[in-house]
Design a protein around this ligand. Structure first.
Ligand code: BGC
Length: 250
């Protein structure tokens, strides 16, 4: 039972074949740079290259950095504005010739972590944050996904949280892990005061350096690193597509 899992990010588009009964990667991942501007046709062409690289025939799950409802993108914070209103599932389905389930990238990562990683068996309110080009957020209440939470855009000190505390901002402003951690901690404290979660799971690129910043967090909520680290998005997208297209699994 295999599905091709894809994760579209601000700098790279990654793919791998996932065994959806175990969540294991069947192949090494393939990563291509996100085309400049991230226009729909260019992203579809890059994804088609990844599909051809794996000589893949079958269902595809794709995490995408936008609000996605029934395959249609509704926001475009770090991608081309022309995505808004685009039926991405249809576009990618036509480009690749295979059925595509499109979902928000943080939701995809959260699905994988809740089923197979750091959120396994956890009830109450779990908030996962993917720290990358943006701040992706996903909410699970008693294991059930509340899709398309866009908490990376709440305002802190007059700015969007992701433009103060994403990993892209840390690198662009050359912030030390200490100064970045202060900003990120303020963000966690704000989310905590608004939503009172039981657990924060931190994923995305910055989670590779979890040990460097975690000791500096003061938020009074349990915080753990994502177990599937930067692979969670691809794995979760594949798991979600397996649920969406059960009749196509082989
Ligand atoms: C987008 C989210 C996305 C996150 C991580 C944000 O800018 O609004 O939809 O999940 O970036 O890619």
């Amino acid at each position: 039972m295999q599905v091709l899992g894809l994760d579209v990010g601000g700098t790279g588009i990654k793919g791998t074949i996932v065994d959806v009964s175990t969540g294991e990667l069947v192949t090494p991942r393939r990563r291509l740079p996100t085309p400049a501007g991230a226009e729909p046709a260019a992203v579809a062409a890059t994804i088609t290259q990844i599909v051809q690289h794996f000589n893949w025939h079958g269902p595809i799950g794709c995490g995408f950095p936008a609000v996605i409802k029934d395959g249609v993108a509704h926001t475009a914070a770090n991608i081309a504005p022309s995505w808004v209103g685009t039926d991405g599932a249809r576009l990618l389905g036509e480009a690749t010739g295979h059925p595509v389930l499109l979902l928000n990238d943080a939701d995809a990562a959260g699905i994988a972590e809740m089923r197979l990683g750091a959120g396994r068996g956890r009830n109450g309110l779990v908030i996962m944050i993917t720290i990358g080009t943006g701040l992706g957020t996903t909410l699970f209440m008693d294991g059930r996904l509340v899709p398309n939470a866009e908490l990376g855009h709440i305002e802190i000190r007059g700015k969007e949280a992701e433009s103060r505390a994403s990993d892209a901002v840390r690198t662009r402003k050359r912030l030390s892990w200490g100064s970045w951690a202060k900003r990120f901690d303020e963000y966690l404290c704000r989310l905590s005061a608004l939503l009172w979660p039981d657990l924060f799971i931190l994923g995305g690129g910055a989670s590779r350096s979890y040990e460097k910043f975690a000791p500096r967090l003061t938020v009074g909520v349990e915080v753990v690193p994502a177990k599937l680290r930067t692979e969670a998005g691809m794995i979760g997208a594949a798991l979600a597509a397996a649920d969406a297209f059960p009749e196509l699994l082989s």
